[in-house]
Design a protein around this ligand. Structure first.
Ligand code: NAD
Length: 401
């Protein structure tokens, strides 16, 4: 069979530890035999990031801007232990943070559903995608411990000489205060990314805040979403999807009772909390995809999990590993499908569909990695090692090509 041709390169960002090992296996077994793979390669492995003083991460993000679509392997975010382990020149920032700052995007996380790995919530039949606004609020706060009696105020001094102030609280005893902020431009980008993604996926978009209590701060979010929705309204109606706004407590109750299938746009803290709830309730972090989408339509696909460090140390000792590659495979298929869509390359899009189906069929057929064996309801699952799992997917894929 002739290999599938590509016209525009995908931006490929390699990574660290066990996921770097899986990355090569996926390319060797599932991609290179079938596609004349065109990528612009950036090595985001920690050693090379250190060698280039992290310039490689910036170059990769710029390439993502230029070509539009990238696929990224999980990478180490250095902490003091990693600085020592790798003898780093300094404690570099998280590559994901750097890329997000350059693309100004929103992260959408979606669980991959397979029969036999059942959601804890029985009525969830379709994946729920969480879109988290990754800017501001309590993550960029200023806090103060109040030692004793006194008046705490919110003060704004405008560059134009204007002045506003409000009392937060008249303390008569020790306590605490916190100042948080957000920017209209950031909220607007977030809204635009969410509406764009909902249209691309043909899924309903939900958004919730607590605007009945937070009559200025949360209401600003609500109003910006309403304003941006006006630009999308006709296209939403045409696509047969809806934009639904409600209070956050009502949203939680409705989500639990729903059959899923929606994109749930969350403020920063809500997104932090609910993305973990959703991934755990649907099964496992190893079955969660993640895509960063910028308001001007640039895409970065990755797995939601990290570098699976413990498995890597076992691998280095020559011990058997059974690491789940599903989310990383889906990062590749997501990127290839999007590349195909942008280039009008139907063959590439079909290949992505077939590879996803082969992956799901493999698990539903009873062959899976250790993490899934522990939670499946399928009878007599067969546990395979990291490469064995990928090779079983290849066997299914070859049948469908
Ligand atoms: N997007 C990213 O690049 C990203 C995200 C999170 C963490 N990290 C990095 O990854 C490293 C390890 O972090 P961590 O241990 O907190 O997160 P992790 O996701 O690697 O592991 C968390 C837990 O889930 C299990 N797990 C995760 N993915 C799995 C898979 N595919 N198959 C089987 N089990 C899996 C692990 O065994 C571990 O018990 C850190 O250096 C961190 O900086 C990177």
């Amino acid at each position: 069979m002739a290999k599938i041709q590509m016209t525009t390169p995908l931006v490929e960002m390699d990574g660290d530890e066990m996921t770097r090992i899986l990355w090569k296996m996926i390319k060797d077994e599932l991609l290179l035999p079938f596609i004349d793979l065109k990528t612009e390669y950036y090595d985001l492995g920690l050693e090379y990031r250190d060698k280039t003083d992290d310039q490689v991460t910036i170059d990769a993000a710029e390439a993502n801007k230029k070509y539009g679509v990238s696929v990224k392997c999980a990478t180490i975010t250095p902490n003091p232990a990693r600085v020592e382990e790798y003898g780093l020149k300094k404690m570099y920032k998280s590559p994901n943070g750097t890329i997000r700052a350059i693309l100004d995007g929103t992260v959408f996380r979606t669980p991959i559903l397979v029969k036999g790995i059942d959601p804890c919530v029985r009525n969830w039949k379709k994946p729920i995608t969480i879109a988290r606004h990754a800017y501001g609020d309590v993550y960029k706060n200023t806090e103060m411990k109040i030692p004793g009696p006194g008046e705490a105020k919110l003060v704004f001094d405008g560059k134009d000489g204007s002045h506003m102030e409000k009392t937060i609280f008249d303390f008569e005893e020790p306590g605490i205060i916190q100042g948080i902020h957000n920017r209209d431009a950031s909220i607007e980008s977030f809204a635009r990314s969410c509406f764009t993604y909902a249209l691309a996926e043909k899924k309903d978009l939900w958004f919730a805040t607590k605007d009945t209590i937070s009559k200025t701060y949360d209401r600003d979010f609500k109003e910006i979403f309403e304003k941006v929705y006006e630009e999308y309204k006709d296209r939403f109606e045409e696509a047969g999807i809806t934009y639904f706004y409600t209070l956050i407590d009502d949203a939680v109750a409705r989500i639990v009772r729903s059959e899923g299938g929606m994109i749930w746009a969350c403020k920063n803290y809500d997104g932090d909390v609910f993305s973990d709830m959703i991934s755990t309730a649907f099964g496992s972090l190893a079955m969660m995809t993640s895509v960063l989408i910028s308001p001007d339509g640039k895409y970065e696909y990755e797995a939601a999990h990290g570098t699976v460090q413990k498995h890597y140390y076992k691998y280095l000792k020559g011990e058997e590993t059974s690491t789940n590659s599903v989310a990383t495979i889906f990062a590749w298929t997501g990127a290839l499908r999007k590349r195909g869509e942008l280039d009008g390359n139907k063959e590439l899009m079909d290949f992505a569909d077939k590879l996803e189906k082969a992956t799901i069929d493999t698990i539903e057929g009873g062959t899976m990695t250790g993490d899934l064996v522990r939670m499946t309801t399928l009878p007599n699952p067969k546990k395979v090692d990291s490469l064995g799992f990928i090779q079983a997917i290849r066997a299914n894929l070859e049948k469908s090509l």
